[in-house]
Design a protein around this ligand. Structure first.
Ligand code: ADP
Ligand code: MG
Length: 538
């Protein structure tokens, strides 16, 4: 037997669990069932795709309770883990952004949303147990299995388990019953039933206790919307997303005919902490005729909609489909186009049906959505239609349509200025003449704004125009024709002095109070973009 230490982050997280920062401890069972269900999916898939020899005739999850011994057992006959996997998967937290998140967690102890984003999973067992034993045997490996045990403090032990069957058995040694305030105990039959029904009813494998199956196993996406409660959708969302916060919007899709598929999509209510991290998990779950095929199918949804969670169940794909094939599959590309269209139109509907939800959506995900302007030229219009931007017209963001409504008599272009912050943009010398003349200017401060404005020529027939570039037409090109008059010698002097640094020195109407400002040519890159490229080392 070996005694090992938990990795530092894992230890911190366990600490938080032992001191129970969740007010709702019931979720430990949901987490165990969710892991068991994943393990069963994996075994079925390994047999299907890799030809692993395994008995998959009765894949199931079993719950056993012993009130006398105060133990609760969750057992599955799924894929199991090797010894190395147990050490790696249970002893460490391999997820990105962990340290950062733990910092936040400790600041805000009562913040289930944060933990939810994090998906504490297996460790949540230590909220209700003072010792946890895990015995597992990986399918397809000979010999013995592995036994892991811990009291959730600094260390765990690991040992051989000679007779362990294929799959995983987790035994919780429940904390002493609190006689004073607990209305229930996790050894109560009704309590177990209630938790399973509430959190895990949709799990597609039977969850058994004795001779009874506790869940209905109905695939949520296959049921008519009117028959599913919000609570059921929310639990399913948690199962697939590990996000504690209820989703902002639920989308059902069903296509019949030559190519059949069903989809159940969720638009989260908040951005995950790793929305802008390269290695973050993204993509949808793919099922074929109710059989789970893979997680994180990036092929089903473009990167700029990577925050969308959900399931696609396609009827006509092969169960053996691989990621490589997925990338080229015509049907998958078609589904993807339809999903994009549906997501964008759902957001558009929100704008009128629920402006508050829309505002939340845009605040959380707008920066990602705007990447779509670069990725999908065909979708410029629907993306711009759901976009909103900070503006000199008041403190609330505006849509482009609303901007166009407000355009002044004779104004033909949509004016914007990019920069690092609202105040920087507002105080820019470029802004002076526009402010003085009462023109509205969009204030674009996201890094991605620097880039998409170069590839999006217009909206609704109106050109998008940076007020920092070229000559702006406020006074019908007078700028160009302005007689130099008394300023001739000064301009000559400045041109000579600044020779290396500027192309030209000219008089301008652009300014009202500042003496001078730097302007780029219409097709030069903006100063902020120049800075961004420089920061990227280009
Ligand atoms: P998550 O499920 O979000 O990955 P967990 O803490 O719940 O995080 O589980 C960590 C990992 O341990 C899982 O990803 C899985 O690889 C492994 N694991 C947990 N429970 C089981 C199980 N019953 N069978 C096989 N592997 C499991
Ligand atoms: Mg889990």
């Amino acid at each position: 037997m070996e005694t090992l230490e938990f990795q530092a982050e894992a230890r911190q997280l366990l600490q938080l669990m032992v001191h129970s920062i969740y007010s709702n401890k019931d979720i430990f069972l949901r987490e165990l069932i969710s892991n068991a269900s994943d393990a069963l999916d994996k075994l079925r898939l390994a047999k299907l795709q890799d030809g692993l020899e395994a008995d998959t005739s009765d894949l199931h999850i079993e719950i056993e309770v012993d009130a006398e011994a105060r133990t609760l057992i969750v057992r599955d006959n799924g894929i199991g883990m090797t010894r190395d996997e147990v050490v790696e998967l249970i002893g460490t937290i391999a997820k990105s952004g962990t340290a950062e998140l733990l910092g936040k967690l400790k600041e805000a102890k009562e913040s289930p949303e944060l933990i939810g984003q994090f998906g504490v999973g297996f460790y949540s067992t230590f909220m209700v147990a003072d010792k946890v034993t895990l015995v597992t045997h990986k399918a397809g490996t000979e010999g013995h299995g592995t036994r892991w045990e811990s009291a959730g403090e600094g260390t765990f032990t690991i040992d051989d388990a000679p007779d362990a069957p294929v799959g995983t058995t987790i035994t919780l040694h429940l904390r002493p019953k609190d006689e004073d305030d607990a209305l229930y105990d996790y050894t109560d039959e009704w309590k177990i039933k209630e938790i399973v029904k509430r959190y895990s009813d949709f799990i597609s494998f039977p969850i058994r206790k004795g001779d009874e199956t506790l869940n209905s196993m109905k695939a949520l996406w296959a049921r008519p919307r009117s028959e599913v409660t919000d609570e059921e959708y929310h639990q399913f969302y948690r199962h697939i997303s590990h996000d504690w916060t209820d989703p902002l919007e639920i989308i059902n899709m069903k296509a019949e005919g030559t190519f059949e598929y069903e989809a159940l999509l969720f638009i989260p209510a908040r951005a995950p902490h790793d929305l802008f991290q390269r290695d973050a998990r993204r993509g949808l779950q793919l099922y074929v005729k109710r059989v789970f095929i893979m997680d994180d199918s990036k092929e089903l949804i473009p990167d700029y909609l990577r925050f969308v969670k959900g399931v696609v169940d396609a009827a006509d794909l092969s169960l053996n489909i691989s990621r490589e094939i997925l990338q080229q599959d015509r049907h998958i590309q078609m589904i993807r186009r339809r999903l994009v269209k549906k997501v964008l139109s759902t957001i558009k509907d929100l704008m009128s049906s629920s402006p508050e939800k829309y505002a939340t959506f845009w605040r959380e995900f707008g920066r990602a959505v705007k990447e779509g302007l670069l990725a999908e030229p065909d979708n410029h219009k629907p993306i711009l239609e759901i976009a909103s931007f900070a503006t000199t017209h008041g403190s609330e963001p505006t849509t482009l349509a609303a901007y166009v409504e407000r355009m002044k008599e004779g104004q033909e272009e949509i004016y914007f200025l990019t920069g690092e912050s609202r105040s920087q943009v507002e105080n820019s010398p470029h802004m002076e003449a526009f402010q003085a003349e009462g023109y509205e200017v969009l204030i674009l401060t996201d890094p991605v704004d620097e880039v998409w404005v170069d590839v999006v020529p217009e909206f609704d027939g109106k050109k998008l125009r940076s007020i920092a570039r070229g000559t702006v037409d406020l006074k019908k090109d007078e700028e160009e024709k302005q007689p130099e008059g008394d300023f001739g010698p000064l301009l000559g002097f400045l041109t000579e002095k600044l020779d290396e640094r500027v192309k030209e020195v000219r008089l301008s109407h652009r300014l009202t109070t500042s003496a001078a400002c730097l302007v780029s040519d219409a097709d030069d890159i903006t100063p902020a973009l120049e800075k961004m490229y420089r920061a990227m080392g280009q």
